[in-house]
Design a binder for this molecule. Structure first.
Ligand SMILES: [Zn+2]
Length: 174
């Protein structure tokens, strides 16, 4: 058994979510324009089809089609902007408040122990769809990591996306 003490590294507080299946997005250099952007198209579809759980004035919330975990949400502005500092203060404000509501709702329906929140800015930073800003909200459970994603390129997800969407949308306030 290898021991991490045998390798040169600086330990930190992070847990690692290894997602080798995402390599395809990082390697694929094509980025969608407004006409073929899934985050621009989603609001034009019905909530069920687009996996949308809530719509705000400047931004909306949908389930990630490629979740790291059950209940993995994305908060996107309606506008096709790439970078956080391209967003208006109204968009930034609503992305923040939708993120807070999403945390409360996901916590209440799933009893998760924590969250990873974040934005990948640019393809080099790991953004799958770098052309359209999106904030990740990934619920975490104490024992949610196992060997599946590492050696089998498989992520075990206990619930179907449609079922998760209905649960979260039903618990969304207002
Ligand atoms: Zn877009």
């Amino acid at each position: 058994m290898e021991d991490s003490a045998d390798f040169a590294a600086v330990p930190d507080a992070f847990q690692r979510l290894w997602t080798p299946h995402r390599l395809v997005y990082v390697q694929d250099q094509t980025q969608p324009g407004e006409h073929d952007c899934p985050f621009c198209a989603a609001p034009g579809m019905d909530d069920e089809k687009a996996l949308i759980v809530a719509r705000g004035e400047h931004a909306y919330v949908l389930l990630n089609l490629f979740p790291y975990n059950s209940g993995h949400l994305l908060v996107c502005p309606y506008r096709h902007v790439a970078l956080y500092d391209d967003a208006t203060s109204e968009e930034v404000g609503e992305i923040a408040s939708l993120t807070q509501t999403a945390m409360r709702v996901v916590r209440s329906v799933s009893n998760c122990d924590g969250f990873n929140l974040g934005m990948n800015q640019g393809q080099v930073a790991g953004a799958g769809i770098a052309a359209h800003l999106h904030q990740h909200i990934v619920p975490r459970w104490a024992l949610d990591s196992n060997f599946f994603p590492i050696i089998a390129e498989t992520k075990a997800l206990p619930k179907l996306l449609g079922e998760v969407r209905r649960e979260i949308a039903a618990a969304w306030p207002g």
